[in-house]
Write a protein that binds this ligand. Structure first.
Ligand SMILES: *Cc1c(COP(=O)(O)O)cnc(C)c1O
Length: 392
């Protein structure tokens, strides 16, 4: 039986895996100590659970557990990485490099730093949203101290060559940060092989709870130094003060372990479902355009523009399927997706885009239902478009 609405917005957030929730529950009611309490069993048990969670997260990205700083999520991790690293790099230079397709949680902190006097270069992607190592190399100067490029794009799913960019940065003695929020647990990722110095992740993007994440901070070659965003009890080796949310750390750890064990099989299943969705829509709807890279993309991402249809109107016409649109006319941001615009997608096609994010709990039945809903909605809306009619 199909339960409506169908959830295809897994890039925004994912449902907590029941196995994750199960593991978390005792840490609310039984093992509820403060992990920083060193004088009794409540504290020791909590600290042990945190250690395990940290190890599970570290294992997922090829790090050591003491290189994992627990945060509230990727927004905080990005801010801590970018704002925290700079004071220690000042004497080497003042130039920062990022890409136009980054999430606002990277672009906005960097733009604030630029207003404060740091020199920022925002590199263009290609038309697939791909940020090449050559584009990054061309932006580097003798004054460059930090490069930040995301591992996988949250809108169009494009995978960037972060290993190549990481190695380039290391050769030049430049710190490399990656916002890997969409990539962690979805595609292979290894901080050693990919020469990553700082990596941001968020548990709720891989079937863990919301409000918890981590920043990987390299300890050797080079040892990355950071100034904390807030001071206090000196938790997380002084990088991030504040009492740890033990149940959330436990959940993030179990989610990481599940992702590690099940990633390959899950990716293959979701890739097949994604292709089924794409082909199914393409067979029934004309005038569609794939946004993002045709092959170098997250297995569970499909981003399509529907010519002569407004994405917002399309979403309204398919209320039984939860997706998101590049038209994104929110009060805060009336512009269409900055990612699609940076890729050179024209404004109308950006407004006509839908992002389908499949996930662990997506079924074949839901995909087949979605194909029908999309085809019906487009068929209903297009005759209302003057441009479509004059195009006939
Ligand atoms: C979701 C997301 C973030 C923000 O994560 P929060 O958990 O909301 O802090 C940052 N970057 C990317 C690429 C994301 O997809």
């Amino acid at each position: 039986m199909l339960t409506l609405p169908v959830y295809l917005d897994n890039h925004a957030t994912t449902r907590v895996d029941p196995r994750v929730l199960e593991a978390m529950l005792p840490y609310f009611t039984t093992v509820y100590g403060n992990a920083a309490s060193i004088s009794h069993k409540f504290g020791w048990d909590a600290a042990e659970a945190v250690d395990r969670g940290r190890e599970q997260v570290a294992a997922l990205i090829g790090a050591e557990s003491r290189e994992i700083i627990v945060t509230s999520g990727s927004t905080e991790s990005n801010n801590l990485a970018l704002k925290g690293a700079l004071p220690h790099l000042k004497r080497k230079g003042n130039h920062l490099v990022t890409a136009a397709t980054e999430h606002k949680a990277v672009l906005d902190p960097l733009k604030r730093l630029a207003r404060e006097g740091w020199d920022l270069t925002i590199v263009d992607s290609d038309s697939h949203g791909f940020v090449s190592v050559d584009a990054i190399a061309a932006a580097l100067t003798d004054r460059t101290i930090l490069v930040s490029v995301m591992a996988a794009n949250n809108e169009v799913g494009t995978l960037n060559p972060i290993g190549e960019i990481g190695r380039l940065c290391h050769e030049r003695g430049i710190l490399f940060h990656t916002d890997a929020t969409q990539a962690v647990g979805k595609v292979p990722l290894n901080v050693v092989d990919d020469s990553i110095d700082l990596l941001s992740l968020s548990a709720h993007k891989f079937y863990g709870p919301k409000g918890i994440g981590a920043l990987y901070v390299r300890r050797r070659d080079p040892q990355v130094r950071l100034t904390p965003l807030f001071d206090g009890g000196g938790h997380e080796r002084g990088f991030r003060s504040g009492t740890l949310a033990v149940p959330l750390v436990v959940g993030m750890g179990v989610a990481a372990e599940l992702a590690m064990n099940e990633r390959e099989e899950e990716a293959a299943r979701l890739l097949a479902l994604r292709e089924r969705l794409h082909t199914g829509i393409a067979q029934r709807v004309s005038g569609i355009q794939l946004n993002g890279h045709p092959t170098l993309r997250l297995p569970a991402n499909l981003n399509l523009s529907f010519a002569y249809v407004d994405g917002e109107a399309l979403m309204m016409a398919m209320r039984d399927v939860a997706v998101s649109s590049g038209s994104a006319c929110t009060a805060a941001d009336p512009e269409p997706s900055h990612v699609l615009l940076a890729m050179g997608v024209d404004e109308d096609m950006a407004r006509a885009s839908l992002r389908f994010g499949l996930g662990r709990f997506t079924t074949t039945e839901e995909i087949d239902f979605t194909i029908k809903v999309v085809a019906d909605a487009v068929a209903k809306l297009r005759p209302l478009s003057a441009a479509w009619n004059s195009n006939l």
